[in-house]
Design a protein around this ligand. Structure first.
Ligand code: ADP
Length: 263
C-alpha cells in the first residue's frame, strides 16, 4: 500500500539521516566544548583571586578596619555561586564530550555518506557489528568466529559495516528460538571472502530469487522494510564485489561476500 511504501522510504533515508544528524550534532557540540573550556579557565582564575582576597580578609580581621572588612566579605559571598557555576560547567563539558564520543561512534560505524576510500579492517568491522548486535545475540545465539589473515582491502569501512549489519541482523531474525551463526573470513585468490551462515528458518527458491529487490520483505508490517539487502547489494557492487546466497528451508542460510583487494 501507499502507506507502507512511504514507511519503507522513510526507513531508507534513515541511514543517510543518521549520518547527517551525526555530522550536524558534532559541530555544535564541539562548539560547546570549545566555549566551556576557556570559561572554566576564567572561573578558575577568579577563584584563585578570591582565595587571595580571603587571605587578605583574614589578616584585616585582626586589625582595626574590621567593619570595612565585614562589608567586603559580604560582597565576596558570590564565591559560593561561582563554585556552583564551576561544577555546572564541568557537568556540561562532560556531557558534551560523552555525546561527542557517541556521535563519533555513530559516524564511524555506518558512514553511508563517506566518499573517501580507505584501508578496511574487515575483521574489526565484523567485531564492532557484533558488539552493536550483542543485545539480539545473547542467550539466544552462539556465534562462531574464524577470522583469517586478510590482505589490505581499500574501500568504504562504514558502508561495509552496514553490509555486515544488515546480513547478520537478518541472520539473528531468522533464528526463532536458539541457534548458531558461523562467521568466517579468508583470502581466496585476490578476494576477501566473508561467509555468514545461520541455522535459521531458511528461504524457499521464490523468496531467495527476490531478496535483493528493494522493498521485498517477508517480515510483518513494521518489522521489515525490504531495504537491508538491497542497500547491502549496492554497497558490495560499489566495491566491485559479489554476493552469493545458499539457503535451505528449515535448515539455514549462507551469505558469501567476495571483495577484490585491488578494486
Ligand atoms: P528485511 O529484513 O527488512 O525484510 P532485507 O532486504 O534485509 O529486508 O531482507 C529481505 C528478505 O530476505 C527478508 O524479509 C527475508 O525473507 C529474507 N532473508 C534475508 N536474510 C535471511 C536469512 N538469513 N534467513 C532467512 N531469510 C532471510
Amino acid at each position: 500500500t501507499q502507506a507502507q511504501l512511504v514507511q519503507a522510504e522513510k526507513m531508507a533515508s534513515l541511514g543517510i539521516l543518521t549520518a547527517g544528524v551525526a555530522h550536524e550534532i558534532n559541530n555544535p557540540i564541539n562548539f560547546v566544548s570549545a566555549n566551556v573550556e576557556p570559561l572554566k579557565r576564567d572561573i578558575d582564575d577568579m577563584l584563585q583571586v578570591l582565595a587571595g582576597y580571603e587571605n587578605t580578609v583574614k589578616k584585616y580581621t585582626l586589625s582595626e578596619e574590621f567593619k570595612e572588612v565585614e562589608n567586603l566579605k559580604k560582597e565576596l559571598d558570590f564565591e559560593v555561586l561561582i563554585r556552583e557555576i564551576n561544577d555546572l560547567l564541568k557537568g556540561i563539558k562532560e556531557g558534551a564530550s560523552r555525546t561527542s564520543e557517541i556521535v563519533k561512534g555513530l559516524r564511524n560505524f555506518s558512514r553511508l555518506d563517506e566518499n573517501e576510500m580507505k584501508p578496511v579492517q574487515v575483521n574489526e568491522g565484523i567485531e564492532s557489528t557484533l558488539l552493536v548486535l550483542s543485545n539480539q545475540l545473547k542467550n539466544k545465539i552462539i556465534v562462531h568466529k574464524e577470522y583469517g589473515k586478510l590482505e589490505n582491502l581499500v574501500g568504504y569501512p562504514g558502508k561495509l559495516n552496514q553490509v555486515f549489519m544488515n546480513i547478520i541482523s537478518n541472520a539473528c531474525q531468522a533464528i526463532p528460538e536458539k541457534g548458531e551463526i558461523y562467521i568466517k573470513t579468508f583470502m581466496d585468490k585476490r578476494e576477501v571472502v566473508i561467509r555468514i551462515t545461520d541455522t535459521g528458518i531458511g528461504m524457499t527458491e521464490e523468496v531467495k530469487k527476490r531478496i535483493f529487490e528493494p522493498f521485498f520483505t517477508t517480515k510483518k508490517v513494521g518489522a521489515g522494510t525490504g531495504l537491508g539487502l538491497f542497500i547491502a547489494y549496492g554497497i558490495i557492487k560499489d566495491h566491485n564485489g559479489k554476493v552469493f546466497v545458499e539457503s535451505t528451508p528449515g535448515k539455514g542460510t549462507t551469505f558469501t561476500i567476495r571483495l577484490p583487494v585491488n578494486a
